[in-house]
Design a protein around this ligand. Structure first.
Ligand code: ATP
Length: 251
């Protein structure tokens, strides 16, 4: 039991959720490593949703509200960390949820589907009938009803190849990724450089607020490369300030 007063309470809770997910067979071993990479960037960012994240979250919600067939793709980490909030967001955005795994095993797919059933939601992906062109083996599997026919896909914590393959299919790709330098972050049309659980909660709030007119206005101003630049500059400035503060303590 982690005491709430612990200075790293939120971070430790997420680790616990991932370890639990791993033990249940929902999270892949490599998912634990991916989480560690995310944590590193969150430490550098300062573990809060900065302006560049908020702008991207608003744009993502706007795009999904205006989409014909928006789909949220979920993997083991997303399921372990945020399944309840993903269900709420999907309802608000009228989006489908589809399980899509890098290390696909039928058992892991089944367990993820069962996890969402606890919230009364039958997600897609356990009976794939289509393939994402350009990807080999099981990574390509998807459903016609979901990802294959989607016009807008939210792919949090995605790998660069698949993000590119989805883009090549003509889809509008939105990602949530703490690493502004990852291939996925650079490939996506909208990159939310924020921690998954914070990002999804913010998006739920925005989905309740944004109307069609506002959605159009938000999207007309949105520039993803500027957002990536802002994220990098934020890290840069923050580290420079911390270095100056350390130096002053020594003086
Ligand atoms: P790419 O192929 O896009 O270059 P990668 O190989 O670095 O990515 P993957 O392991 O495929 O990374 O994807 C995981 C990504 O998700 C990493 O960039 C990591 O920083 C990010 N990530 C991990 N956990 C979280 C989280 N909780 N919230 C947001 N981002 C996260």
């Amino acid at each position: 039991m982690i005491p709430r007063s612990h200075p790293r309470y939120q971070s430790l809770i997420k680790r616990e959720l991932l370890v639990e997910g791993f033990e249940k067979g929902i999270v892949a071993p490599a998912g634990l490593i991916a989480h560690g990479r995310g944590e590193t960037f969150d430490y550098l960012i300062g573990e809060r949703s900065e302006d560049f994240a908020i702008l991207a979250e608003k744009a993502a919600v706007a795009k999904m509200l205006m989409a014909r067939n928006p789909v949220i793709s979920v993997n083991g980490n997303v399921t372990a960390l945020a399944s309840a909030d993903i269900v709420e967001l999907a309802k608000l955005l009228n989006a489908k949820i589809e399980v899509n795994l890098f290390y696909r095993t039928e058992e892991r797919v089944r367990k993820i589907v069962e996890e969402f059933l606890k919230y009364g939601v039958r997600i897609l992906g356990d009976k794939p009938d289509a393939r994402i062109p350009g990807l080999e083996h099981k990574r390509a599997l998807c459903t016609t009803e979901g990802i294959y026919s989607a016009d807008v896909v939210l792919v949090p914590l995605e790998d660069g190849d698949r993000a590119q393959a989805l883009k090549n299919m003509g889809k509008f790709v939105i990602t949530i990724d703490l690493n502004p330098l990852s291939r996925t972050a650079r490939t996506a049309h909208i990159t939310i450089v924020d921690e998954l659980t914070r990002a999804v909660k913010n998006m739920i709030d925005f989905a309740k607020e944004i109307n069609d007119k506002e959605a159009e206005r938000i999207l007309s101003h949105y520039q993803n490369k500027v957002i990536l630049a802002q994220a990098l500059r934020h890290i840069n400035k923050r580290l420079e300030k911390l270095a100056t503060d350390f130096q002053a303590l020594q003086a």
